[in-house]
Write a protein that binds this ligand. Structure first.
Ligand SMILES: [Zn+2]
Length: 276
């Protein structure tokens, strides 16, 4: 065996040993007791930070694009509220998981608790803010549900946050149920509007959130379950962002309708609906 072959042999052996070491990595901890928070492993901490941290810059750019495309004041308000909440969702989550990872040995307990509460509260704010652009416009003729829901969605978010602050880490299934009710409930108002009907990105995004809940509730059962939940959130947010960008903030100068795609757009050509 010459020098270079020997060197390659040692490299291969080293690689095999490193792969064996993967089995030694602690991928997850035991499930938390009732009313207690799950303690992630180091690998899970890193995965939690990474899986939301990578979306901060795209969220900022996405928010900026909507603000740029806003052609009216209501659209600008919607873009600001939705864009800021999109950015905050990933930023608050990344800060919380970073602090949780850096001080996982028990320091800064109060700071971690505060950030955890903010992280959970952001879910309610983000759900309300995602619906807001669809609800914040001139009411369609005869429709009272949409303008009512525009206000109701923020009341629901406020109630959800209040409940979550009072019963933090208690009755976790009830908390998840609130998320689902708030996530699905307001869509009833949107489904009733013909112009919003049959938007595939909205359905796929909603489905991603629902599937993600399986992992949200699987800490200690599935390795890196919370990080996987983060990815489902990112997928859901991505599809919903595309739906908002394409249907509510079409490119300036671009035609609103693609040939034969009337049901994907807000207004049919020649309609006299006011701009919102
Ligand atoms: Zn998280």
């Amino acid at each position: 065996m010459d020098g270079s072959c020997r060197q390659q042999f040692y490299i291969n052996i080293k690689r095999i040993l490193q792969m064996c070491r993967l089995k030694e990595v602690k991928w997850m901890n035991q499930q938390a007791c009732t009313n207690e928070a799950y303690v992630p492993t180091i690998v899970e901490h890193v995965a939690n930070v990474f899986t939301h941290g990578i979306w901060i810059v795209p969220a900022f750019l996405g928010a900026f694009e909507l603000i740029e495309r806003a052609s009216t004041w209501p659209k600008l308000l919607s873009a600001l509220i939705y864009g800021c909440s999109l950015l905050l969702l990933f930023t608050v989550s990344t800060i919380f998981h970073s602090i949780h990872y850096c001080y996982h040995k028990g320091r800064f307990v109060h700071l971690k608790d505060l950030l955890h509460r903010c992280d959970r509260a952001m879910i309610y704010v983000f759900i309300a803010a995602t619906y807001f652009p669809w609800l914040n416009h001139e009411p369609f003729q005869g429709d009272v549900l949409l303008p009512t829901m525009r206000i109701l969605i923020w009341i629901m978010a406020a109630v959800g946050i209040l409940y979550q602050q009072i019963f933090h880490e208690k009755y976790k299934w009830l908390e998840t149920t609130f998320y689902v009710i708030m996530g699905i409930g307001p869509s009833v108002a949107i489904i009733g509007i013909n112009e919003y009907n049959n938007i595939p990105e909205l359905k796929i995004g909603g489905l991603a959130y629902l599937l993600g809940i399986v992992f949200f509730k699987s800490d200690g059962r599935i390795p890196c379950a919370h990080a996987i939940w983060h990815l489902f959130v990112a997928i859901g947010a991505g599809f919903h962002y595309q739906a908002i960008r394409y249907h509510l903030y079409p490119d300036v100068g671009a035609p609103l309708l693609a040939p034969g795609e009337q049901h994907y757009t807000l207004f049919a050509a020649g309609d006299s609906h006011p701009e919102f």
